[in-house]
Design a binder for this molecule. Structure first.
Ligand SMILES: Cc1cc2nc3c(=O)[nH]c(=O)nc-3n(C[C@H](O)[C@H](O)[C@H](O)COP(=O)(O)O)c2cc1C
Length: 233
């Protein structure tokens, strides 16, 4: 990205005008700190996954972090087209909404993934989003030039929230395996989970305030750890 002009300078702070937004650079301070990226895997705004994610986000914010939420089904992005250009290039050859998502994924101190189970896996849009993170895979495992610094890796953690309609406890096997692979690829350790099956019986998560409270507490714990790690730097 090309910086077009320096707009303002104050002691210790420099504002740059760049094409679509302003950015504040404070010497020796990361551009974005204590930031959690929340990936919403459902397509149903106001549904049960949404309610649990909202609680987790409240917890993260109460701990002192900021949260950016991506409704993955609404990202303007297609599937990986397997040209393998990311073996040599640090980003994806496809020009779409993933460019913005890559930047947010790189900057995040923590990630929350909240999703329903669909066909014993994660919904297609979320799976596609994860597949499109192959540039992280190639950078880390193939070129051995990971995007995430070792110091940042120590901070980055993922909280996984997953619900399914059936009573079968195996419904989480596929989503957990996929999510753990994704966490390894983007270097944000799979650290905590909140799983609830039998949603076809429960129907509305409002009937389980203890589950909503648990989502809040897990979000808060994720946020508190980030604050502790960042402030201890
Ligand atoms: C297309 C589709 C596939 C689903 N597949 C499964 C499944 O394999 N196992 C399961 O337990 N629930 C399955 N479900 C049920 C959802 O996981 C469940 O209803 C969940 O509570 C939906 O969360 P939401 O209210 O956030 O949309 C499926 C739902 C849909 C729409």
């Amino acid at each position: 990205m090309i910086l077009s002009a320096i707009m303002m300078q104050t002691p210790g702070n420099i504002f740059f005008r760049i094409p679509d937004f302003f950015i504040l650079i404070r010497p020796n301070t990361p551009v974005m700190t204590k930031k959690v990226l929340a990936l919403f895997g459902s397509n149903l705004i106001g549904g049960n996954t949404d309610k649990l994610l909202t609680q987790a986000i409240n917890g993260v914010e109460d701990a002192g972090c900021t949260v950016e939420r991506i409704n993955v089904a609404h990202v303007n992005a297609g599937p990986c087209n397997q040209t393998y250009s990311c073996m040599v290039e640090p980003t994806c050859a496809i020009e779409d909404g993933m460019k913005d998502a890559y930047r947010k994924l790189r900057q995040a101190d923590g990630i929350i993934i909240a999703t329903p189970v669909m066909t014993y896996g994660v919904p297609g849009a979320l799976k596609s989003f994860m597949d499109r993170c192959q540039p992280f895979y190639m950078a880390k495992y193939y070129r051995k030039q990971p995007f995430i610094t070792p110091e940042h890796v120590k901070i980055r953690r993922t909280l996984f929230i997953c619900i399914g309609g059936m009573k079968d406890p195996d419904i989480f096997t596929g989503p957990i395996l996929t999510t753990k692979a994704f966490c390894a690829i983007v270097d944000a350790k799979y650290a905590d989970e909140l799983l609830q099956n039998d949603m076809d019986t429960i129907l509305n998560v409002d009937k389980k305030p203890e589950l909503l409270a648990e989502a809040y507490e897990k979000g808060k714990a994720l946020g508190e750890r980030i604050v502790k790690m960042r402030d201890g730097e």
